[in-house]
Design a protein around this ligand. Structure first.
Ligand code: SF4
Length: 310
């Protein structure tokens, strides 16, 4: 059952796929989601960057399916657009209640993970929490494949933007994520986030982010040039004062195709080259990861369903 009807789903152009399908009538676009709210997990998460997780963890909402289909996605159990949504459908109120519970238990922030194709639902969840007297920081954790118009509409809702910037290479973006226009789209989207928040990350007394922008980049084995150009693009077109999370956690176990480079973990030497370039370009704020990160960052959404529905 769908507890709210959102006109934005009538002619869906929420993301740059621009499908124009009527999700309210059960039509499917690229993301293969109709107008129902499908969530893979709601849980307290402690493995994000320190100002995102905070001392008590962030209450993360992992949405089903994705507007990208990255071949190496570590969340593929829920992000593949062919996963059956039926067991994951929930009403807004159920989600709000679960989040209020996590906030009561100490979480200071709510994170929306891969939320792009559910933006109307995201706004509703935020409004419902606020009307219940809950004012956590709201973190928008996205692939970076976003429409600027939607980001502008989210300005009063989102406190911390947490976008990926995955590719500077259009051919790689098409091959690995079915989105050849990803580089242009992502830089335009991140520029809008930067317009809203600038380069200052505001934190509370416990050093948890309450406002700002953090750009994530996952370094892929064999594609160091791509990573270097991503950093150069941020330096040239956005700022070297932004916070960058340079991730080494790529895990080949999630890659099921024939790209030879992606069948192995990232080499330490590759990561070091990118880190060195980070400093050479003048970046000075952010996080780098330990090389064993790929062994500890693997969520398993099949271990336990987020809600034990009765
Ligand atoms: S949100 Fe889904 S249906 Fe809407 S434009 Fe994007 S991929 Fe297409």
């Amino acid at each position: 059952m769908n507890d709210f009807l959102f006109p934005e789903y009538d002619n869906c152009k929420l993301c740059p796929r621009d499908c124009g399908v009527n999700r309210n009538k059960g039509e499917y676009g690229f993301c293969h989601v109709d107008n129902r709210l499908a969530i893979g997990s709601i849980c307290r998460h402690t493995g994000e960057e320190p100002p995102i997780s905070g001392q008590y963890g962030i209450a993360n909402v992992f949405f089903m399916h994705c507007t990208l289909q990255c071949q190496f996605c570590q969340n593929r159990q829920i992000s593949l657009n062919k996963v059956d949504l039926k067991p994951y459908i929930f009403e807004v109120q159920e989600v709000v209640e679960k989040l209020m519970l996590l906030l009561d238990q100490g979480c200071k922030a709510v994170g929306f993970v891969s939320p792009t194709h559910y933006i109307p639902h995201v706004k509703r969840i935020i409004s419902e929490l606020r009307s219940n007297g809950y004012y956590p920081s709201f973190v928008y954790n996205t692939s970076g494949y976003e429409n600027v118009e939607q980001l502008k509409e989210l300005e009063g809702y989102i406190d911390v933007w947490l976008p990926d910037f995955k590719y500077s290479d259009n051919v790689l973006a098409r091959r690995l994520s079915k989105a050849s226009n990803y580089p242009e789209v992502a830089v335009t989207a991140i520029k809008e986030m930067y317009r809203q928040k600038g380069s200052t990350l505001i934190v509370d007394e416990l050093a948890q982010a309450v406002s700002g922008l953090i750009i994530r980049h996952l370094v892929l084995p064999g594609y160091i040039e791509n990573s270097m150009k991503v950093l150069e693009t941020i330096a040239d077109e956005i700022s070297t004062n932004v916070h960058i999370s340079l991730m080494s956690q790529y895990n080949p176990q999630f890659y099921s195709h024939t790209d030879l480079a992606l069948q192995r973990p990232l080499y330490l030497q590759e990561y070091e080259v990118v880190v060195q370039h980070f400093y050479e370009l003048g970046f000075h704020k952010g996080w780098i990861q330990e090389m064993e990160s790929h062994q500890t960052y693997n969520p398993d959404f099949e271990q336990k369903h987020p809600f034990e529905k009765t």
